[in-house]
Write a protein that binds this ligand. Structure first.
Ligand code: ADP
Ligand code: MG
Length: 343
């Protein structure tokens, strides 16, 4: 039997102390951390970037196939990704949780271990949060705080006609990981004796359960002195996210299907499920890659960077938001309904 310690044994303050005792402080900007009514941050002349995300059990995650350590990690990562998408560097997070008596101390320890691994990897300080009970299910709210040199933050609304459209990494894998886990869950619920068959699916499952935030890309762009003209992270899928940049920048776009980066493992999984990999990349969410636009004159600086793909360009609004397929057909980009485009 696994050990199970009821939370009541520690009380709320004991619990917070216990869960946060192994967290280090990495940033000089963290002036006062956990333990008082509020934390104090001093960004020494830099601008402050703030973002918040709420994760609700049964809506945003399924504990049947999400290990708590991975969930802790991912709940930090999705927020750091938003900070990087502003061209900023994350420095602090707060973590608030509400949980039912279904959760033991050991379960919360697992969750906080994932939080800690993410904080250490990205050099971010946990500076506070809130703890509550819930009647049913787990609710997680993370706020991330970051810093950026004055007026160097990058918005969605500032792309210009002729700018190149770039994405980091590859797309569609997290959606296929989710499709696979949902299928295995269904099989398990119908027949609990059947063991899940996840062989050769490490890549897509990893992309779902253990995403990374693209600090490496922001650091690379900074090194190369490239300031994106507009940027966001891809959380809802490429098609819906590029439409945000188009709408907010008051422009149109052209995207080339053949330029969309898709991993071989993602393609293989898509074919297995009878799905079009391009449709998965366009509509599947949760890849947490960066989508940005930049001036054509910066193109030479990224040709050797394999983690950045140029997938198209921005154009005038009147020219519409379109994708050019491998077969040279031209389709309107829709936030959903991509099946219309399957061949
Ligand atoms: P208050 O009563 O003012 O809300 P709390 O007793 O909830 O204060 O919190 C005490 C300290 O512990 C504060 O610094 C708070 O930010 C921090 N804290 C509370 N819950 C968590 C948590 N789940 N994770 C990290 N820090 C927490
Ligand atoms: Mg509180």
């Amino acid at each position: 039997m696994e050990e199970r310690t009821e939370i009541e044994k520690l009380g709320e303050f004991g619990l917070i102390d216990h869960l946060t005792e192994n967290f280090e402080t990495f940033n000089a900007s963290t002036t006062l951390s956990i333990g008082d009514d509020a934390a104090v941050i001093d960004h020494f002349g830099k601008q402050t970037v703030i973002t918040t995300d709420l994760l609700v059990e049964g809506v945003h995650f399924d504990l049947m196939y999400t290990p708590l350590k991975h969930l802790g990690y991912k709940s930090v990562i999705v927020n750091l990704s938003d900070i990087f998408a502003m061209n900023a560097q994350p420095t602090q997070i707060t973590m608030s949780i509400a949980f039912s008596n279904r959760f033991s101390l050991e379960a919360l320890e697992e969750f906080y271990l994932g939080v800690q691994i993410a904080c250490e990897k990205y050099g971010v300080d946990l500076i506070g949060g809130d703890t509550s009970t819930s009647q049913k299910g787990l609710v997680i709210s993370v706020t991330a705080i970051g810093e950026v040199a004055p007026d160097k933050y990058v918005k969605r609304s500032t792309a210009e006609s002729g700018d190149l459209i770039c994405v980091s990494g590859d797309l569609g894998a997290a959606f296929l990981g989710l499709t696979l886990m949902e299928r295995e869950k269904k099989i398990f619920l119908e027949n609990p004796q059947v063991q899940p068959t996840l062989e050769n699916e490490d890549y897509i499952v990893g992309r779902l359960l253990r995403p990374e935030a693209r600090k490496d890309i922001i650091d690379y762009l900074t090194e190369q002195e490239i300031t994106p003209t507009a940027m966001m992270d891809i959380s809802d899928g490429l098609s819906s996210d590029i439409l945000h940049i188009c709408k907010q920048s008051n422009l149109g776009c052209r995207i080339y299907e053949e330029k969309i980066p898709i991993n071989e493992a993602t393609k293989a999984a898509a074919f297995k499920f009878g799905l079009d990999p391009t449709v998965c990349a366009l509509n599947g969410g949760e890849d947490y890659e960066l989508l940005f636009t930049m001036k054509q004159s910066d193109y030479d600086k990224i040709t050797l960077q394999e983690e950045i793909s140029v997938i198209g360009y921005m154009c005038d609004k009147e020219e519409g938001t379109k994708i050019i397929t491998k077969g040279n057909n031209v389709f309107d980009i829709n936030a959903q309904g991509w099946n219309a485009f399957s061949k």
